[in-house]
Design a protein around this ligand. Structure first.
Ligand SMILES: O=C(CO)COP(=O)(O)O
Length: 263
C-alpha cells in the first residue's frame, strides 16, 4: 500500500523522566531548533509525565508553538473514585492531542491486558484525544517467529467495538519489546514486516481507505543514526522515541530524517 498522504509523526515518549521545570527547558530547546519547514514535513509531539503537562501546555499556548503534546496513559473512567488515575476530560482540558495506550511498560508493570487497552482506547476517543496504541512482541515470541500473529491479536483486541469514524484517526506504534531501551533496534525489514501486517489488518477490519490513512509508527531504540533506514519503509510513518527523545539534538535530527543518508 502506498504512503501517499500520511504525514510522519515523530513522538517523544519521555517515560518517567524530566520534572516540570526540565520539561519547559526541553520544549524550549525543541522550539528553538525546529523550523516551519520541519513542521511542514513532519508532525512533532512530546508525551511528558502527567505532572509536566500543564507547564508544557502553557508554553505551547503562550508561544503558539507547533509542537503537539499528549499523555502516556489515560483512565478508562471519566471521573470518580479511581485514586491515582488521570481522566480523559482532564487531559482534554489541557488540550492534549495524543495519549499513549498499552505501552509495553504499562502492560508489564501494571498488568494491562488487551481488554484494559480497549476500554482506554474508547476513553480517549470519547474525549477527543487521539490514541497512540502501542503493540509489539517480546523476545520469546520473536524467537518463535510469531511476531505478526501476536501483534495483530493485540491490534484486534484494542480495536474491538471501535467504529471506523474513530479508528481512522488512531495512531498505532509497533514497538517490539526486545528493542525498547536495549539499543537493539529492529532492522528496517523487521519493522516493515509488522507495520505492513498491521496496515493489512486494518484493511480487513475496516477498509483499504481507512488503512491507508492510519499512521503506523516504529518504536524501540530509534535514534538519528537508524531512523532514515526505518522511515524509508513504505508502511512506517514515523517513530515513537524513548531515550533519544530526551536528547533534544538527536530528537531534532530524527525529525529531519529525510536530510540524512539512508544508512
Ligand atoms: O518505548 C519506547 C517509546 O515508547 C522506545 O524506547 P527507546 O527509544 O528508549 O527504546
Amino acid at each position: 500500500m502506498s504512503e501517499t498522504t500520511r504525514t510522519p509523526l515523530m513522538a517523544g515518549n519521555w517515560k518517567m523522566n524530566l520534572n516540570h521545570l526540565e520539561a519547559i527547558a526541553h520544549v524550549q530547546k525543541l522550539a528553538f531548533a525546529l523550523t516551519d519547514k520541519d513542521y511542514e514535513a513532519v508532525e512533532v509531539a512530546v508525551l511528558p509525565p502527567f505532572t509536566d503537562l500543564r507547564s508544557v501546555q502553557t508554553l505551547v499556548d503562550g508561544d503558539k508553538l507547533k509542537i503537539r503534546y499528549g499523555a502516556q496513559d489515560i483512565s478508562a473512567h471519566d471521573s470518580g473514585a479511581y485514586t491515582g488515575d488521570i481522566s480523559g476530560p482532564m487531559l482534554a482540558k489541557l488540550k492534549c492531542t495524543y495519549v499513549a495506550i498499552g505501552h509495553s511498560e504499562r502492560r508489564q508493570y501494571h498488568g494491562e491486558d488487551d481488554q484494559v487497552v480497549n476500554v482506554k482506547v474508547k476513553a480517549a476517543f470519547r474525549n477527543g484525544i487521539v490514541p497512540i496504541l502501542c503493540v509489539g512482541e517480546g523476545l520469546d515470541v520473536r524467537k518463535a517467529g510469531e511476531q505478526v500473529p501476536f501483534t495483530l491479536a493485540q491490534v484486534d483486541g484494542a480495536l474491538a467495538g471501535i467504529p471506523a469514524s474513530d479508528a481512522e484517526q488512531i495512531v498505532i506504534a509497533y514497538e517490539p519489546v526486545w528493542a525498547i531501551g536495549t539499543g537493539e533496534v529492529a532492522t528496517p525489514e523487521d519493522a516493515q514486516e509488522v507495520c505492513g501486517a498491521i496496515r493489512a489488518r486494518l484493511a480487513e477490519l475496516y477498509d483499504a481507505d481507512l488503512a491507508n490513512k492510519v499512521r503506523v509508527l516504529y518504536g524501540g531504540s530509534c535514534k538519528s543514526s537508524n531512523a532514515p533506514g526505518i522511515m524509508a519503509k513504505p508502511d512506517v510513518d514515523g517513530a515513537l522515541i524513548g531515550g533519544a527523545a530526551l536528547d533534544a539534538e538527536d530528537f531534532v535530527k530524527i525529525v529531519r530524517f529525510r536530510d540524512q543518508a539512508v544508512g
